[in-house]
Design a protein around this ligand. Structure first.
Ligand code: FES
Ligand code: FES
Length: 160
């Protein structure tokens, strides 16, 4: 049965109808056309589908439409502010933190969540935060470097 859902998506109030058991990942990609969020495993194991829900990272393949009422969702498409890339996006580009790019939206959203809470993470903090996000290409070193560089960028902006 379809249910009317109202939520905020990338800063915009959104109203739609969907079955309560429809997955957020499928809503985003198939109904709304935001295909930046990727499906890897579909079972909560790879992190490719990570989005922010009320500021916290979630696997969108595990969130049901019925849970969305009143929530604020931010996807990779909402990370950029106007023409400006987010610090973490800039750092991934500069440091080569992406190769095929399939895991990258999830990595970026998880990194954003970490840096929103802690702009001075240790390498262990970063590795722990990203431990649920799998990458088959990069070997992780450049991803970790990119998050460290994004953190430094954020801290330098905060002291200006
Ligand atoms: S697709 Fe959601 S965790 Fe893998
Ligand atoms: S860059 Fe290819 S899976 Fe991570």
């Amino acid at each position: 049965m379809n249910q009317k859902i109202q939520f905020t998506l990338n800063g915009k109030s959104t109203t739609m109808e969907a079955p309560t058991h429809r997955l957020l990942l499928d809503l985003l990609r198939d109904e709304i056309g935001l295909t930046g969020t990727k499906e890897g495993c579909g079972t909560g194991d790879c992190g490719a589908c990570t989005v922010l829900m009320n500021g916290k990272p979630v696997n969108s393949c595990l969130v049901l439409s019925g849970e969305l009422e009143g929530a604020s969702i931010v996807t990779i498409e909402g990370l950029k502010i106007g023409p400006e890339l987010d610090a973490v996006q800039n750092a991934f580009v500069r440091d080569g933190g992406a190769q095929c790019g399939y895991c990258t939206p999830g990595m970026l959203m998880m990194s954003k969540a970490l840096l929103d809470e802690n702009s001075n993470p240790t390498e262990d903090d970063i590795r722990f935060a990203l431990s649920g996000n799998l990458c088959r290409c990069t070997g992780y070193a450049k991803i970790i470097q990119a998050v460290q560089d994004a953190a430094a960028m954020i801290r330098s902006k905060n002291v200006q």
